[in-house]
Design a protein around this ligand. Sequence first.
Ligand code: HEC
Length: 420
Amino acid sequence: MTTENQSDIPETGPGGEGPLHGVLAEYETPGELIEAAKAVRDAGYTKWDCHSPFPVHGLDPAMGIRPTVLPLLVFAAGIAGLGGSILLVWWMNAHNWPWIVAGMPAFSLPANIPILFESTILLAGITAFFGVWALNRLPKLWNPLFKSDRFLKATDNGFFISIEAADPQFERDKAETLLKDAGATAVEAIHLDPDPTRWQIPRPILAFIVITAILGLVPFAFIAKARVTHGDQPRIHVFPDMDFQVKADTQQRLVIDDSPVFRDGQVTRPPVEGTVPRGQLRQDDHFYRGLEGDEWATTFPAQLDIDTSTMDRGHEQYNVYCAPCHGEDGLGGGPIHERALEIQSPEWLMPTSIHDQNVTRQPHGQLYNTISHGIRTMPGYRAQIDEEDRWAIVLYLRALQRSQKALPDDVPPEERAQIR
Ligand code: HEC
């Protein structure tokens, strides 16, 4: 028995020597528990709790439990996730590196709905999960109340109130009298074990947590180092999967051990000279190569319908494939050009203006050839754009060039009056 124990209530349970954890009172019925809870609530205690084998209706208001702030936290996290991801996709796609892909807008909400939705629920979900833990001060692996044999009834037929000594207004005698006056059948003091190692986190577990936390930083240290140093070793390949395997592509020369498929190591026989793949006999020089005889074609090939739908197609294809460099106006200041200036790329050469005399004077066939095979530093686009679309682009280029040098005669007579 400790000297501070002045009341006549017997000291029960083990560990009576250690620091006081709090007092525990037992009540007979849920009704008495509720009445007692009101008394404790009105006395102004904050660190206390009720324990019952089943949920007791009306106990929350009797304890003065206010609605939790968790929904607000989750809502705020969801909004932060939504706002953050909008900012992220906008910053990356429309601000930091506005890159035209297939003529689509740099920033558009519908395209990013999956990202916005995912980050909203991700942040909200994480906040809900860890919020419950944090607000309830979890994980709590052990509660000193478990030392009381009487407390075992809390899962059976006992109703309890415990007040912790950590409560700012805790005074043992007052607390015990309060609980007793509220109708407790028994009140007992709960002491921690005198040996602190029994209720503190064991040293080895603490050491394990600290060591794993430190070890967990090691990969980040390696990553940080790799970002600022150079090495001559290949990267670590954690999952080789089928990345390194003996295989050969068509027409590759490969010798496996001593048994090549063919004696020269070639995995397939070269095609007979003059072989043309099926459907690729492109004899029409005008359509496929932009040539009329030995000269660049000055007319459009017969396959091309010169109408507004071809013009629209050319416009669209130009905006997809050419505008990123040449700009939608053809002057050469597309977003890739702007970006190149921004990062001061030393290799960058400004795309030629398609309104340059040198270009406007070129025959249709020569423009077609530039699109197909590129020119000097400009790559060719024959792999991406089929012949008909290349011609449609040439058609559109002509319209674009004309737009800069239009003459009054180009305007339909009935609209000429509007020219100022
Ligand atoms: C990757 C950027 C890029 C794209 C995409 C691009 N160009 Fe170019 N283009 C250039 C550059 C750079 C030059 C100047 C090349 C030089 O002089 O070395 C150029 C030059 C040209 C010229 C002038 C050729 C000459 O005879 O001087 C034409 C015409 C042209 N481009 C048309 C197009 C068309 C049509 C497309 C779309 C199919 C296109 N370009 C797509 C970068 C681009």
